[in-house]
Design a protein around this ligand. Structure first.
Ligand SMILES: O=C(O)CCC(=O)C(=O)O
Ligand SMILES: [Fe+2]
Length: 277
């Protein structure tokens, strides 16, 4: 089954309020938008992949790490593959960061009972590093699409956000503590406070990676045995960022013209900080 023949979403159009939310709050949550077939198919692809099934079938004591994490996430089945440039994904990117974007990279995380908190952070890897900062790049869009095929309840490995925090200039003082202290409210144009999300299965969050976000722990007695999270990341066309992944040969071989354009960029290399900066 080729990715072109699969549409994982119930809709191909971006609700206007999602574009408003993206600009105002720094993210848009799109609830229960995957078709049942896609949601179930994606969960099956992830859970049945060898490394994940090995991870889940080990006892907590046998696991060398508390959650399964891989970056880039290349071992995708057809549903996972179809997410990369599904019509709704293209519509979101067109409605927010056109013209000219590239696929940056991807990741997969499976978090079972006992997974710990992810503290509030931003993910603009192009400027959170010890290398020379490319200021022009820093100010360009860097978009994360976070997929939650089996969803999450508030407080149970749930995503938390500080709406509006993407508007605060990214300086050394831009810390989560500062965001929540009231000191940045004027710059953000609103009171900055933490919001804990709850998303039904088959949802995604379209997020400006400048937005501060974090993840709650997963309790040992959570009714959901593990939460699945996949992410695809897009950046405005330009030099590679940290983690900009090499595109697997088979992805390129099967790509249509639109995909080829998204994939037509350099991958990250240690030297990339020293060019064009
Ligand atoms: O697990 C999640 O819901 C989000 C994780 C996250 O923010 C990250 O990996 O950077
Ligand atoms: Fe993050």
């Amino acid at each position: 089954m080729s990715y072109q023949s699969l549409n994982p979403f119930k809709s191909n159009t971006v609700p206007p309020e999602a574009v408003d939310a993206f600009h105002r709050d720094g993210y848009a949550a799109v609830l229960d938008v995957m078709t049942d077939e896609a949601r179930e198919g994606l969960i099956e692809e992830v859970v049945n992949s060898k490394p994940v099934s090995d991870f889940l079938s080990a006892s907590p004591d046998e696991r060398v790490r508390p959650t399964y994490f891989v970056r880039p996430w290349n071992e995708r089945g057809p549903w996972g593959d179809s997410l990369i440039d599904a019509p709704l994904v293209q519509s979101f990117l067109a409605a927010t960061i056109e013209p000219g974007y590239h696929f940056c990279h991807s990741a997969l995380n499976v978090a079972p009972h006992g997974a710990s908190r992810v503290h509030f952070h931003q993910d603009h890897h192009h400027w959170k590093h010890e290398n020379p900062v490319n200021h022009a790049e820093r100010d360009r869009y860097y978009i994360q699409i976070l997929y939650y095929p089996n969803g999450f309840k508030r407080g149970d490995r749930s995503l938390s956000v500080i709406p509006g925090s993407h508007r605060v200039a990214p300086t050394a003082e831009t810390t989560p503590e500062a965001m929540l202290s009231g000191a940045c409210d004027e710059e953000a144009g609103r009171k900055l406070e933490c919001v804990h999300l709850e998303l039904p299965p088959g949802s995604f969050v379209y997020l400006n990676a400048r937005l501060f976000h974090g993840v709650e722990p997963k309790a040992l007695d959570s009714p959901q045995p593990y939460r699945i999270f996949t992410i695809d990341i897009f950046k405005e066309a330009g030099p590679p960022h940290r983690y900009t992944q090499a595109i697997p040969d088979d992805w390129l071989a099967n790509a249509d013209a639109h995909r080829r354009k998204m994939f037509d960029r350099e991958a990250y290399a240690d030297e990339c900080w020293h060019t064009g900066v």
